[in-house]
Design a protein around this ligand. Structure first.
Ligand SMILES: [Zn+2]
Length: 770
């Protein structure tokens, strides 16, 4: 009995772990062994994650004491088109749902980033760049900074002034008595500012001037003093606005009256409650028609009508009234130049209006694609998250813009003056619309803190953007349905490789503040989107990923999640331990590089080999003949004999046959595999990121086999691992990550036998010959 056990033990040891390479002798000299801390890439993220509590649970869900404060706004706004001035009076009602008494309130004054002495103007220390865009050059060297900060006329409560302190883009309003937990407080702010040119100032909000007809298109956002977020994580989120870190905003209800020239067309966040007063009869009729149209957008304001309006310059005024519930912000757009079209979209059984507003300069591209892109986006994003809860989504055409607000966003994509456009402009426009409309889900509804975590809205949106791009237009009539695979820029693993393998000095972990990263586009958009795509395609699979991603979206819909809430939910809902993935992709700057290092071919014998005897000796067996054992002999090694080739395993190791005869029935033996070839394949991992090991084996008969070894294969050795393979067919080729799923930065080490590269001299000679 004992003898048999040893034989089984050694077979499994030899074939399971490639143990020869790892067994080492104890050090000969007396060296003081240093200890070390746990650096294992699979250790749990107890240190990086915050401790769960009653507000946020260890499962990543809102806890039993989760709360969020609310800010409701009633505002009267007036746009002075001639003087480019915006004036507003707002009454904020702030609901303190926190368990804390608040001595003061923090209000955000984002427009102060445009004040003359704004520190944001001097935040960069990079000197003179060797090459600059004309706009950037003019702003840096040729133009006085535009003075567009807020003029705060009054902060008051029931007509009595409240003391306040402005600290650059933040204003602290001091309360006579603390606002008690559970209570609400209303106060009023009067303000005005001069509107900037968003094109030359490269701003998210402002006007674009059209010199040919003298008109402007206004896209107006972060234009009013807005409440900061107070929560269990940050207290007051009153980090200053420096330009890159976007917004942290509480939910609230809005009633907004906006007065603009009578010949302007306007739309914004929320429902237009006086549509009959501001729309012409003809527009109303068309609007009613659009509610029923689901195939083709209905033109509400035609190009001819818009061109006629361009000449008006009315002195009369008109007030548009909008009302929105549970939105985190408010934005609007207004111009005489607007063409408007709309189409009803059925979003999981709910009617939503897809809307586009664009000047004639956007046509013919915009009337063809904008509203259709809005509709398609709402469907794909809803399928991956939750049913879109608002009644409309608007895409506004604004030069160079790509910026999102609740129910409304600004998008670039302008044809040449003769109306022609390249594929690049077309796909750029569709992609930016998908992206910005998609932001309705993250961060407008799943309301993460953009000021601190840019990737939570940009990365998740860019990931879903990739899925929406690949879906885009498939349901459309053949004439406009895309004929080619959508040229997605971000999300495909191979596309992130140049960034991942770049100079480490200029790469920041995804878990960084947007102000502090070197390459915001790759950091907050490209890398997290690719990581999530890889997570879905290669690590978790669609079913587990989609369920967990939906769970996160639905848990945090209309709430404020943190990164840990996302990370925890993805694990909690799937049963997949992903701490290694978050650590590698989100907390670090390691890259993937996995290769195949060596393939060794073995034969089996029952005669003791030198290596086998030495192995047994380490376990106290000094006489190999005292145990029953089989040994492997590497092809080409000292003990290898040509005669072994082509022979059956049971012939080269007759004792193995005896063992089978003694212990198994004929039926059992007939059911057994008798492999002809034994290989040890060694994989190396020069890259720091651990990933599942995806391998394609090609056999001599031309067949291939794809095997994915779980990521856990790296848990005890981060540098290299070996797999033992017993097969009936000879292996002629091994390729790691054959479909380029993992963003492996170096493909040269991915194949065995190594693809021989022509040396430079040979290339030169070939060139000569031709
Ligand atoms: Zn974005």
């Amino acid at each position: 009995m004992k003898k048999i056990n040893i034989a089984i033990l050694s077979i499994s040891l030899i074939f399971s772990t490639g143990i020869f390479a790892q067994e080492t002798e104890a050090p000969k000299e007396e060296v003081k062994e240093m200890g070390h801390f746990n650096e294992n890439k699979f250790r749990q993220m107890y240190q990086e994650f915050s401790t769960p509590n009653q507000y946020r649970t260890g499962s990543g869900a809102p806890g039993e004491a989760y709360y969020q404060n609310q800010a409701d706004y009633k505002m009267d706004i007036e746009l002075d088109d001639k003087n480019k001035k915006l004036t507003g009076v707002e009454t904020i009602t702030y609901h303190n749902n926190s368990p804390d008494d608040l001595e003061y309130l923090w209000v955000q004054l984002d427009q102060n980033i445009r004040s003359k002495n704004s520190p944001a103007l001097d935040k960069d220390g990079s000197g003179i760049a060797p090459v600059a865009q004309p706009g950037g050059f003019v702003n840096q060297f040729m133009k006085e900074p535009f003075d567009g900060g807020f003029n705060i006329e009054e902060v008051s409560k029931d007509g009595k002034n409240l003391p306040y302190t402005i600290n650059y883009t933040m204003m602290r309003v001091d309360l006579p008595q603390p606002l008690k937990a559970g209570e609400s407080y209303s106060f009023t702010i009067k303000w005005n500012y001069t509107i900037n040119n968003h094109v030359t100032d490269r701003a998210r909000s402002g006007y674009e001037h059209f010199p040919k007809d003298g008109n402007d298109v206004y896209v107006i956002a972060q234009f009013f003093p807005r409440m900061a977020v107070y929560n269990d994580v940050e207290g007051w989120q009153n980090m200053q606005f420096f330009g890159n870190g976007e917004f942290a905003l509480p939910f609230g209800n809005y009633e907004v009256n906006i007065t603009v020239p009578a010949d302007h067309i306007l739309d914004g966040t929320g429902e237009i409650v006086n549509r009959k007063e501001v729309y012409s009869k003809e527009m109303m009729n068309r609007y009613e028609r659009a509610k029923k149209e689901t195939e083709n957008p209905v033109i509400i304001v035609t190009q001819e009508e818009a061109e006629a309006a361009e000449k008006g310059f009315s002195d009369k005024k008109k007030t548009w009234k909008l009302k929105a519930e549970m939105v985190r912000d408010f934005a609007f757009s207004s111009s005489r130049k607007f063409i408007v079209d709309m189409m009803n979209v059925n979003v999981m059984g709910k009617d939503v209006m897809a809307v586009s507003m664009y000047p004639k300069e956007g046509n013919p591209l915009w009337e063809e694609y904008s509203t259709r892109a809005v509709a398609s986006t709402l469907k794909t994003f809803s399928n991956h998250t939750f049913q879109y809860p608002y009644h409309k989504a608007i895409s506004v055409h604004a030069k160079n813009q790509g910026m999102e607000y609740p129910m409304i966003c600004w998008n670039y994509g302008r044809p040449e003056e003769d109306g022609t456009y390249s594929d690049r402009v077309k796909y750029g426009m569709i992609s930016v619309i998908i992206h910005e409309i998609g932001h309705n889900f993250f961060p407008m509804i799943v309301n993460s803190d953009e000021r601190q975590w840019g990737w939570m809205d940009e990365g998740l949106t860019t990931f879903l953007q990739y899925l929406a791009e690949q879906e885009f237009g498939k349901e459309y009539p053949a004439a406009i349905a895309p004929k080619e695979v959508y040229p997605s820029r971000r999300g495909i693993p191979a596309n992130i490789v140049p960034y991942m393998k770049g100079d480490q000095k200029f790469i920041s972990p995804i878990m960084s503040n947007p102000e502090n990263v070197y390459q915001l586009g790759n950091n907050a958009y490209g890398k997290p989107a690719t990581a999530l795509n890889i997570l879905r395609e290669t690590v978790m699979g669609h079913e587990l990923f989609d369920y967990s991603f939906k769970t996160y979206s639905q848990r945090w819909m209309f709430k404020h999640p943190t990164p840990e809430d996302f990370f925890r939910t993805m694990e909690d809902a799937s049963g997949v331990d992903l701490d290694w993935f978050w650590r590698g992709w989100f907390y670090g700057t390691d890259f993937v590089d996995i290769g195949v290092k060596d393939v060794k071919k073995y034969y089996v014998t029952d005669k003791a080999t030198k290596e086998g005897a030495a192995f047994l000796e380490r376990y106290g067996v000094t006489d190999p003949s005292s145990v029953e054992a089989v040994y492997v002999v590497e092809e080409g090694s000292e003990e290898f004999i040509e005669d072994m080739k082509g022979k059956n395993l049971l012939e080269t190791a007759p004792k193995l046959n005896e063992y089978l005869m003694d212990n198994f029935s004929t039926a059992e033996r007939e059911g057994m595999k008798v492999p002809k070839y034994f290989y040890e394949v060694t994989f190396s991992k020069p890259g720091g990121l651990v990933m599942p090991l995806i391998v394609e084996y090609t056999y001599a008969d031309g067949t291939t086999q794809n095997v994915t070894y779980p990521v856990q294969i790296w848990r005890k050795n981060d540098d290299q691992v070996s797999k033992a393979i017993a097969t009936d067919k000879e292996i002629i080729k091994v390729v790691v990550d054959p479909n380029m799923e993992t963003a492996d930065i170096d493909l040269e080490n991915n194949s065995w036998p190594q693809q021989v590269k022509e040396d430079k001299f040979q290339q030169f000679k070939n060139l000569e010959g031709n």
